[in-house]
Design a protein around this ligand. Structure first.
Ligand code: AP5
Length: 209
């Protein structure tokens, strides 16, 4: 049986944290458009060079770039039994472009802006394995070093105050309308993302079971 899941929610609500565990549990690929774009910016590919100027400011990368990138990724063999989409779709137009995929569930993670800002200010990501830490809630054992692979931890450029403000604004105007869009299709499940990582994960697992 295939399983196609979308994780929806504002920046910093915990989509990546949940997706990392959920994809292991369900043995599905984790398709995170933010990670794919960052990988391209690091490698300085033409796509990455184009995307970087939008990402650093907290703006969305143009639809046509992201849609094509996702289309190519979903054609790969590991997606044939399903996948977890994290960070896509982010606009009604993006959702319309994958309308034919018959999603099983859209999990809508929610938390207040105060919580989100605290989470993003203190997020640190491993430069090698992309594991996500938080300096208060999901602490690395050794400062600046990843527990999993000894990689160096870094702060994302778009986790600076100005970019966070812009990302929340963009979310409200372009991504939040997707909540009603998927609700109308009868596949949206709300999950309180403000609880502990363990509680949020358990709620997501029961939402998709
Ligand atoms: P992307 O990387 O997708 O960023 P985002 O959606 O803004 O989401 P984040 O990765 O910031 O947060 P998250 O919800 O995954 O939270 P996390 O688990 O890390 O996109 C970046 C940029 O790429 C966009 O701004 C845009 O420019 C571009 N882009 C991407 N997709 C695009 C698209 N489809 N169209 C156009 N442009 C696109 O958690 C955050 C922190 O909180 C971490 O420190 C974590 O440890 C901590 N935490 C998580 N859960 C909990 C919890 N329950 N309790 C306490 N702390 C927690």
């Amino acid at each position: 049986m295939t399983k196609k899941i979308i994780l929806l929610g504002p920046p910093g609500v915990g989509k990546g944290t949940v997706a990392n565990k959920l994809t292991k549990k369900l043995n599905l690929p984790h398709i995170a458009t933010g990670d794919m774009l960052r990988d391209n910016t690091e490698k300085k590919t033409p796509l990455g060079i184009k995307a970087k100027s939008f990402m650093d400011k907290g703006l969305l990368v143009p639809d046509e770039v992201v849609i094509e990138m996702v289309r190519q990724r979903l054609k790969q063999d590991d997606c044939k039994d399903g996948f977890v989409l994290d960070g896509f779709p982010r606009t009604i137009n993006q959702a319309e472009q994958i309308n034919n995929l018959n999603f099983d569930e859209v999990v809508n993670l929610q938390a207040s802006d105060d919580i989100i800002v605290k989470r993003l200010n203190n997020r640190r990501v491993c430069s090698k394995c992309a594991f996500i830490f938080h300096l208060d809630y999901i602490k690395p054992k050794q400062e600046g070093i990843c527990d999993k692979c000894n990689g160096t931890l870094y702060q994302r450029e778009d986790d600076k105050a100005e970019a966070i403000k812009e990302r929340l604004k963009v979310y409200r105007s372009l991504t939040e309308p997707l909540i009603s869009y998927f609700k109308n299709k009868g596949i949206l499940v709300d999950v309180d993302g403000s609880k502990t990582p363990k509680e949020v994960f358990e709620s997501v697992v029961s939402a998709v079971s």
